[in-house]
Write a protein that binds this ligand. Sequence first.
Ligand SMILES: O=C(O)c1ccccc1N[C@@H]1O[C@H](COP(=O)(O)O)[C@@H](O)[C@H]1O
Length: 199
Amino acid sequence: MRDATNIQAIAELNPDYLGFIFYPKSPRYLDTDFAPEIIHHLPQGIKRTGVFVNTTEQIIKDAVIKYGLHAVQLHGNESPEFCLKAKQMGVEVIKAFQIDEHFDFNTLSNYTKACDFYLFDTKTKAYGGSGQKFDWRILEKYDKQKPIFLSGGITAEDVPVILNLPQLNIYAVDINSKFEIKPGLKDVDLVKGFIRRMR
Ligand SMILES: O=C(O)c1ccccc1N[C@@H]1O[C@H](COP(=O)(O)O)[C@@H](O)[C@H]1O
């Protein structure tokens, strides 16, 4: 998110996490000029999360300090070693993986200690924010040991389906482009209805 009024309105809905995209090629990019006070003043119960794609350790560290981030979502091809370095910054690490029918779930074993959660998003040419859903049946191949963030084109209509997927060890549901009026601006009523029905 990157609009101060919209951030405030969504924060009032008490989401568990609230995300800021630090990937310059994204239409949701949060310019590093964005006033840190707006983010620092969010209620403490909401985890301020920075989304990064194949960036440097220094860029992440600077954003963690400047915006008081609690979590980082690494959405590119970051190695387990890189994820560990992010963890050493004292933040929660959510490592995203791009899923299609060819995804090899054995690769996850390298990340067991390097991150707190896996995030499963749809494999597309871009790194994220595609609004496209993958076939959740692919996750039957996942060993379900580590809790996951379910992501990728999730819509308000998905609530009943997601609530029927308890065997997947879902910790969080990541909503993004399908809840927007335009990139970076959330439809507050749509998000409100989603959170109410999901909880
Ligand atoms: O939203 C973006 O622009 C973005 C860009 C680069 C990496 C990640 C991005 N967003 C994340 O993508 C997933 C899926 O989003 P969608 O529901 O398909 O729009 C989500 O985790 C966002 O945080």
